[in-house]
Design a protein around this ligand. Structure first.
Ligand code: NAD
Length: 368
């Protein structure tokens, strides 16, 4: 496929290549859909082996952001940037200032933020050249670390699943397995402990385990044992692709609700396998959207109370998705993708991948 065909396949609006020999910058910005608002999405730095690999990644990631913002109810479109380079070796002030000048040139159609391989310092260099950047420190008027807000959203989404499966608002006595006790996992565990949940935790970092075991009276299990523990809920907050052919048969959980990105190794197959096993899955990009909600709030002058209150609303968003999936007998991630497409379609345009032609016709008829 050539670049145009790759864009047209999922209906991307705009793709921009940037190159600056002096700073060594080679970057691509992809804007998938701006129906709801400017395209916001992080800037990933990675040593891509080829321009095609970088383009494939930025097209995939930017489209994901369109759906994430739409389901979270934000007035944002989907976009993403990639910088070709090794984040351990190739970062300089000049590189990110050069990137910032290019972003500025897009006039606000794309707003950047941190992502894998970039950090707050990089975004502060970027900000020296453009106002279209989020995810900067509190000291500079930004929103700082998004993890507490992400954790609050995960906690609320998890409670929506509990309500659905166990018909209760309370987590008292629930057994919850948490994988990963980092930025999000730690705050999540605190919420769960405060509600009287019994915690089973794992992390490869011994110090983090020690802290959580002492503070929250959690039980520790080593490595992959977390997949087979006797618990009601699994909250993955470390790695992607942990819901796969090897782990699903081990699960005794009734719910999977955690912060990690790309939890299903294969969305289609493993989404269906979870339905067959009667396990309720909170789509990862929905339940972890507190981070996006946090940076969105930066655009209007950051107010943490407002961001936290929007993140609490993830309860209703997840509940709605679970009800829809149950009614339509479809995997929960398909339900959330449909909800996203429907929201955008009602306002403007999007290539509908999840909503079928007959559903579109029905909706047109409903409008008359
Ligand atoms: P983090 O790096 O702070 O924490 C990850 C933790 O997982 C670390 O403590 C690490 O030691 C542990 N870990 C790594 N491999 C492990 C393994 N095999 N078994 C058990 N533990 C392991 O990251 P974070 O910011 O807390 O993010 C956690 C997940 O949530 C990531 O997948 C991230 O992409 C996603 N996420 C985070 C945010 C956010 O606001 N930070 C927002 C959306 C999504």
């Amino acid at each position: 496929m050539n670049a145009f065909e790759m864009m047209e396949e999922k209906d991307h609006e705009e793709v921009v290549f940037f190159s600056d020999k002096k700073s060594g910058l080679r970057a691509i910005v992809a804007i998938h859909n701006t129906t709801l608002g400017p395209a916001l999405g992080g800037c990933r730095m990675y040593p891509y082996a080829s321009a095609e690999q970088a383009l494939t990644d930025v097209l995939r990631l930017s489209r994901g952001m369109t759906y994430k913002a739409a389901v979270a109810g934000l007035n944002l479109g989907g976009g993403k940037a990639v910088i070709v380079g090794d984040p351990k070796k190739d970062k300089t002030e000049m590189l990110f200032r050069s990137f910032g000048r290019f972003v500025q040139g897009l006039g606000g159609r794309y707003i950047t933020a941190e992502d894998v391989g970039t950090n707050v310092t990089d975004m502060e260099y970027t900000r020296m050249e453009t106002k279209y950047v989020t995810g900067i420190s509190r000291a500079l008027g930004g929103s700082g670390d998004p993890s507490p807000v992400t954790a609050l959203g995960v906690y609320r989404g998890l409670k929506a699943c509990v309500e659905k499966v166990f018909n209760t608002q309370s987590l008292k006595g629930m057994r919850i397995a948490v994988q990963g006790l980092g930025h999000v996992g730690y705050y999540l565990v605190r919420h769960l402990h405060d509600e009287g949940a019994k915690l089973i935790v794992s992390d490869i970092d011994g110090e983090r385990v020690k802290k959580v075991v002492n503070e929250f009276n959690a039980e520790y299990v080593e490595g992959d044992k977390i997949y087979s523990v006797d618990a009601d809920i699994f909250a993955p907050c470390a790695l992607g692709a942990i819901v796969n052919d090897q782990t699903i048969p081990q699960f005794k959980f009734k719910i999977i609700a955690g912060a990690a990105n790309n939890q299903l190794a294969d969305e289609d197959r493993h989404g269906k396998m979870l339905i067959d096993r009667n396990i309720v899955y909170a789509p990862d990009y929905v339940i972890n959207s507190g981070g996006l909600i946090n940076v969105y709030n930066e655009l209007e002058g950051y107010n943490q109370e407002k961001a936290l209150s929007q993140a609490k609303n993830i309860y209703d968003i997840v509940k709605n998705i679970l009800d829809y999936a149950e009614r339509e007998k479809i995997p929960t991630y398909v339900a959330s993708n449909k909800i996203a497409e429907e929201r955008i379609y009602h306002i403007g345009r999007i290539k509908q991948t999840y909503v079928s032609k007959s559903e579109t016709v029905m909706r047109r008829l409903e409008r008359f």
